[in-house]
Design a protein around this ligand. Structure first.
Ligand SMILES: Cc1cc2nc3c(=O)[nH]c(=O)nc-3n(C[C@H](O)[C@H](O)[C@H](O)COP(=O)(O)OP(=O)(O)OC[C@H]3O[C@@H](n4cnc5c(N)ncnc54)[C@H](O)[C@@H]3O)c2cc1C
Length: 512
């Protein structure tokens, strides 16, 4: 028997892809070498457009515990420099402070609800492929076995076995000149400023929360997350040693970075608590994201510094980009270049993350030249346009896929619309939870329905009125909620209907 898709890795990106495939009517099998969910937590939150993307699948509500739509953050940080986002008209910087463990749990629950088979304790150890499919070799709890599949996706992390088995290079740089130490701690209440939420370090002074704080000797972060207070340092040209990490080691590091002692105790409450030392880091991008019937996803395709928390903004949106394209291949209606557009669309997104994390790493490093560069950068950040540029870059809102058409929304994520439908008022983000392509017809006479002839199996039609006056009269949305076509015309003419038909064919294949 041949499976449709096997995914190696039940990290956040593999699980997200499994959910997307299932929504698109494909049954993937997820292989995970670990027998249970890991206790190790990496990300402390999601940053950027991924938060809106999760809202469009109903996952934001689960993770935030709120029925309210996501709102952008008023402030963020770039290379330890504060970004005041409160004055931006169109602030793209959404945030969701949820630990990665919780994200993985929510995605696994969702995947299981949708009927995804997750095999824990099953490790991909080998693969070979031919014109029709891939044969995966797996080491499971009962011994080795093989699975035949039409496609295999390596979502198996930065050390990806899939990538290595395909001989795909992973060029980039490895730095080993910095040491980061972080732990959950308890800070005495009297050190916390009741107004700003900042930390008053005796002998040093106030440090704002969540803002990376650079000194001549390193970086200090105080992050009072709802799930626990994290304190973190980064130092350069200092040996991390090979002793197990301890709170005392963190204490000494803080003393070196701030030149003052921070009195803190062990964390309270239920763990698992973080106590971590990381030396150096990698910035690498896979030479190719695809090798015939094998594709790479998430950290398997790209790794970079965690500064600014861009990893899951990138990886989860990779998964949302890939899911519907792979499903279209399996259902047999994919246009010829659709699957390759996964790489042409997502590689530039990864390249931008590589660029801005490296730029931020340079801005936090020690040295008088860096201090001078920061002074200059600080001046540039007084200009709102620079802040907007950086916010768009960090959030991924500046990504525009190269799709045909002149409307400014084409190739961009759908705007947040509220619509009046026959059944009442609804947010566009609620209409996209099925992950089906959507033609949104806001023309007064519902003039576009005919254009879907021969594609009703693939594309849903929604007729509605916008709840607020605006120019937009129609949107063709891909399942990843990027705009494939749009119109401002109340009565689209023949020429415009032709452009709609061309966009339908280019994204969703020929009519049948
Ligand atoms: C210290 C740190 C802090 C971070 N902070 C943030 C943050 O705040 N925000 C953010 O967005 N990102 C953050 N990141 C990045 C984020 O954690 C990663 O981008 C994310 O985990 C990548 O997910 P993934 O699913 O691609 O890979 P992984 O999470 O690495 O998952 C890969 C899975 O594949 C499994 N696997 C491996 N090999 C095989 C095999 N051969 N067969 C079967 N299964 C296999 C592994 O066991 C694992 O479960 C941080 C990373 C680090 C290291």
């Amino acid at each position: 028997m041949t499976e449709d898709v096997v995914i190696a890795g039940a990290g956040p990106n593999g699980l997200m892809l499994a959910c997307e495939l299932r929504l698109a009517g494909v049954r993937p099998i997820v292989l995970e070498r670990l027998p249970g969910r890991t206790e190790v937590n990496r990300a402390n939150g999601l940053v950027g457009q991924v938060v809106r993307a999760l809202d469009r699948r109903g996952l934001y509500e689960r993770l935030s515990g709120s029925a309210e739509p996501p709102r952008p953050s008023a402030a963020f940080v770039f290379g330890a420099m504060p970004l005041d986002l409160s004055r931006l008209d169109d602030n793209p910087m959404y945030g969701l402070p949820v630990p990665q463990r919780r994200i993985e749990q929510a995605l696994e629950e969702r995947a299981r609800e949708l009927g995804v088979e997750i095999r824990r304790g099953h490790e991909l150890t080998g693969l070979s492929q031919d014109a029709d499919g891939v044969t995966a070799e797996i080491a499971g709890p009962e011994g080795g076995y093989r699975l035949r599949t039409r496609y295999l996706v390596g979502a198996d992390g930065g050390h990806s076995v899939t990538r290595k088995l395909c001989g795909i290079g992973f060029p980039g740089v490895t730095r080993d000149d910095s040491v980061s130490r972080g732990a959950h701690v308890t800070v005495p209440a009297e050190l916390i400023d009741p107004v700003t939420g900042g930390l008053n370090v005796p002998g040093y002074g106030p440090i704002p929360p969540f803002m990376h704080h650079r000194t001549d000797h390193g970086l200090f972060v105080y992050a009072p997350f709802p799930t626990g207070t994290l304190v973190n340092t980064t130092e350069w040209h200092q040996d991390g040693g090979d002793q197990p990490m301890s709170l005392d080691e963190l204490r000494q590091s803080i003393r070196r970075v701030l030149g003052a002692d921070l009195p803190f105790g062990p964390p309270e409450g239920e763990g698992p608590h973080q106590l971590r030392r990381l030396t150096g880091g990698n910035t690498r991008l896979a030479e190719r994201f695809r090798d015939n019937r094998v594709l790479l996803l998430g950290d398997a395709a790209h790794v970079h510094s965690a500064i600014g928390g861009p990893g899951l903004n990138l990886g989860l949106q990779d998964a949302i980009n890939l899911g519907w394209k792979l499903a279209a291949e399996i259902h047999g209606w994919a246009p010829p270049d659709l699957l390759d557009s996964y790489e042409t669309e997502r590689r530039p997104a990864a390249e931008r993350v590589v660029m801005h994390t490296q730029a931020q790493s340079a801005l936090i490093a020690p040295g008088p030249e860096v201090t001078a560069l920061r002074a200059l950068f600080g001046e540039l950040l007084r200009d709102e346009r620079t802040v907007k540029h950086i916010a768009d870059m960090m959030s991924g809102a500046d990504i525009r896929y190269d799709l045909d058409g002149t409307h400014p929304l084409i190739g961009r994520p759908a705007p947040d619309l509220v619509l009046e439908t026959e059944t009442g008022s609804v947010r566009l983000a609620e209409l996209t939870r099925t992950a089906r392509p959507l033609l949104l017809d806001l023309t007064p006479g519902a003039a576009l329905a005919g254009a879907l002839h021969g594609r009703h199996d693939r594309v849903d039609l929604v007729t509605a009125k916008p709840s607020r006056e605006g120019l937009l009269t129609a949107l063709l949305l891909r399942p990843d909620c990027y705009v494939a076509w749009a119109s401002d015309s109340p009565n689209p003419d023949v020429k415009e209907l032709d452009t709609l038909r061309a966009a339908l064919a280019s994204a969703f294949g020929p009519a049948r």
